[in-house]
Design a protein around this ligand. Structure first.
Ligand code: FAD
Length: 549
């Protein structure tokens, strides 16, 4: 097992990372390190299985770093009658607010209603009552109907013309990449071998049944074969590509739906907290979300057959999102130059026969291929724990093993649930004497904040900011290399910190300083630093370049 916690992480040496695993036979090999795969690895270790997880890129390198970052019941799924999903997701929201309060925080939404809207006042009130009911009235707060005047008190910059009322309701928000990472770290600390930058490129069969995988370290080129009782395909949008490693696939398991977001300066929109809106273009539900000094506008929802690696926002997506924001906040007059970043992800929806990506269910589906690979598709960030518990049940049956029931529903995630979030922020503020930094460290690192603070405080240059307007410090980067399995600049600038989403140059100007700072931890020579900076340029362009059209 590769030990990473707290101590010095081994270099990005593919041979040593993987070779140690080759002698072992795992109960479970999980392919894919998004929220789904990391959730499964954690769940399996909690139930006593030996696990290796292999991720071709980085944890949350796919869809799990490109969501709307909501932990939500999914109010819009009510329209399509997905009551079971809303019930399940509401329960998960409640659990995550308790088990990981640093990463999952309550968020108040304003939903304004305009004359002639597709969802009129009565329907909204009925829907939100049902939403509260499905949360067993245990959401952070109950919804409230608002007059148009009250809506404007909440959101003074909103368009007044045609406004007839609205409502307030509650959900929760998170940092999707850091939530995924917290799950990965917890799985590792419980004994799972969590290996990023390791692509599975073949499956090994014995008597017609899959008994292992061929894996290549993407950083060194080293390859090894690993064996396991059960292989789980948790590759999200890549699911059907992975199935093809077993042989031809007659029907797809996944239908990809592309969703784009943009980030604009908060002061240009002037939203107070979050809003749920109906697109003036096609009546779809959209979100305006607060994000520090920025506002995130999203999302689109269109079926796509573009390869997941090549998924980016297009100029059409950007124009659609800007038009919606300007339609509701007319004084914003947002133009293309106001867009700080635009990106897209693919929802790996379980393939069902529906022509409408918006109405397609977000429920998950588990299938076992004739070769015995357990494939999970669909689901949401919010419901990852339930998806994991269901998948591990299937894996246990295939292993012919019994195990104690799942206890993930009461196992804290990087947090001490005896303490409130505010109490820990106070503690950190007293130690650090910088309330903003204290809040940032507690939110991102939970109970690990003192170790991150030590890195910031004690390393030469550790307190230096990555970007003047953002809270990230160089000490966080070296901590991430030592304790959070970061191995590349992309890991550090796109997912451990989110600077790539929050700066116009997507963190490129910070890249050289970060590379030099983490070089000792990762064993990078001057040549390796130069190569890594070049690689980051290409990687950030792959994700953040806006496609024409
Ligand atoms: C625009 C958008 C907004 C969303 N908003 C929300 C939201 O607000 N709340 C919510 O609950 N859900 C939301 N979702 C849904 C949620 O983000 C996804 O359901 C979830 O992130 C999917 O996770 P995953 O692990 O299944 O897939 P991914 O995160 O894509 O992970 C799959 C991983 O498999 C890896 N992989 C692929 N092939 C291989 C291989 N051969 N070897 C090794 N690794 C491999 C990939 O690199 C990838 O990291 C949203 C989705 C989108 C697109």
């Amino acid at each position: 097992m590769v030990e990473h916690s707290g101590g010095q992480q081994p270099r990005a040496n593919g041979h040593s990372r993987l070779a140690a695993l080759a002698d072992r036979r795992f109960d479970l090999i999980v392919v894919g390190g998004g929220i789904t795969g990391c959730g499964i690895a954690r769940e399996a270790t909690l139930r006593g299985l030996s696990v290796a997880l292999l991720e071709q890129d980085d944890f949350a390198g796919g869809t799990s770093s490109r969501s709307s970052r909501l932990i939500h019941g999914g109010v819009r799924y009510l329209e399509h009658g997905h009551l079971r999903l809303v019930f399940e997701a509401s329960a998960e929201r409640r659990r995550l607010l308790r088990l990981a309060p640093h990463l999952v925080q309550p968020l108040q939404f304003t939903w304004p209603v305009y004359r002639g809207a597709r969802v009129p006042m009565w329907k909204l009130a009925a829907g939100l009552t049902l939403y509260d009911l499905l949360a067993l009235f245990r959401n952070v707060g109950r919804h409230r109907r608002l007059s148009s005047k009250a809506v404007l008190r909440e959101q003074p910059a909103l368009r007044r013309d045609g406004l007839i009322g609205g409502a307030i309701y509650y959900d929760a928000c998170t940092d999707d990449a850091r939530l995924t990472l917290a799950v990965a770290i917890d799985a590792r600390d419980r004994g799972a071998a969590m290996i990023n930058h390791a692509r599975v490129h073949g499956v090994i069969t014995q008597n017609g049944q899959v008994a292992g995988v061929e894996v290549r370290d993407e950083l060194s080129g080293a390859t090894v074969n690993l064996s396991a009782g059960v292989v789980v395909n948790a590759t999200g949008p890549w699911s059907d590509a992975f199935r093809r490693l077993e042989g031809p696939t007659p029907t797809p398991n996944v239908r990809g739906s592309k969703g784009a977001h943009i980030v604009v300066p908060h002061e240009r929109i002037g939203n107070h907290g979050a809003l749920t809106l109906l697109s003036p273009n096609d009546g779809r539900v959209m979100f305006i979300l607060p994000h520090g000094t920025y506002t995130i506008v999203g999302t689109t929802d269109t079926f796509t057959s573009v390869a997941p690696d090549e998924t980016r926002a297009s100029e059409t997506d950007v124009a659609y999102l800007l038009a919606a924001a300007n339609g509701f906040f007319p004084d914003a007059r947002l133009g293309r130059d106001d867009v700080i970043a635009a990106w897209a992800g693919i929802r790996p929806l379980a393939a069902v026969d529906t022509g409408d990506s918006v109405a397609a269910s977000r429920e998950h589906a588990i299938a076992v291929t004739p070769g015995g690979v357990v494939t999970i598709t669909g689901g949401k960030l919010t419901t990852f724990r339930v998806m994991a518990a269901d998948t591990v049940d299937v894996a246990l049956r295939r292993l012919g093993r019994s195990a104690p029931p799942s206890r993930s529903q009461r196992t804290p995630l990087g947090w001490d649930i005896a303490k409130s979030r505010e109490a820990v922020v106070d503690e950190a503020t007293r130690a650090i004497r910088d309330p903003t930094l204290a809040r940032h460290l507690v939110s991102n690192y939970g109970i690990a904040w003192p170790s991150v603070w030590r890195a910031i405080d004690s390393e030469p240059g550790g307190a230096e900011r990555l970007s003047p307007a953002l809270p990230y410090r160089l000490g966080e980067a070296s901590y991430a290399c030592r304790a959070e399995m970061a191995l590349t600049l992309s890991d550090l600038l796109i997912r451990r910190t989110r600077i790539a989403f929050e700066t116009r140059d997507h963190g490129r100007s910070a890249a050289p300083r970060v590379a030099v700072h983490v070089a000792p931890a990762l064993g990078w020579s001057a040549a390796a630093i130069a190569a890594e900076i070049e690689r980051y340029e290409a990687e950030s362009a792959r994700i953040f370049t806006v496609d024409p059209g």
